[in-house]
Design a protein around this ligand. Structure first.
Ligand SMILES: [Fe+2]
Ligand SMILES: [Fe+2]
Length: 131
């Protein structure tokens, strides 16, 4: 896997959301590189925490906007964000408990797919050109 590259297809048209997504991709890449370079466990954890807390900040902003949409849309979208939170939580446990790199790669690969799918499907559909 290579680092995530920002593409124009990721744009929702909402400037704030788009710049947050760009930042999220940057932070993901830092995390990915730290795992690839097999740096210390503590260092990986610090990248993971940075990525995780920025993602949570971003989800809160999106969820505020999504409250204006029908409830089922809001709930489904929020569930996706919650799924992401579960994955990052599991990654943290994996690092703390086992410190294994092999399973970490699998999880990070999953996070990579989640970001791509979520932005290009859910976020673009629900937040496109939203003010
Ligand atoms: Fe998003
Ligand atoms: Fe989202």
């Amino acid at each position: 896997m290579k680092s995530l590259i920002w593409k124009s297809e990721f744009n929702t048209g909402n400037e704030a959301i788009d710049s947050q997504h760009k930042r999220l991709v940057e932070l993901f890449n830092k995390l990915y590189e730290s795992i690839e370079n097999k740096v210390d466990k503590e260092e990986i954890i610090s990248y993971l925490n940075g990525f995780d807390s920025y993602a949570n900040f971003h989800f809160q902003i999106e969820e505020e906007k999504l409250k204006r949409l029908p409830e089922n849309v809001y709930i489904t979208h929020k569930k996706e964000h919650d799924k992401f939170k579960t994955i990052t939580h599991n990654v943290k446990n994996e690092i703390f408990n086992k410190g294994k790199h092999s399973s970490l790669f699998e999880m990070v690969l999953y996070l990579n797919d989640w970001i791509l799918n979520h932005i290009t499907h859910e976020d673009i559909r629900h937040l496109k050109n939203d003010e």
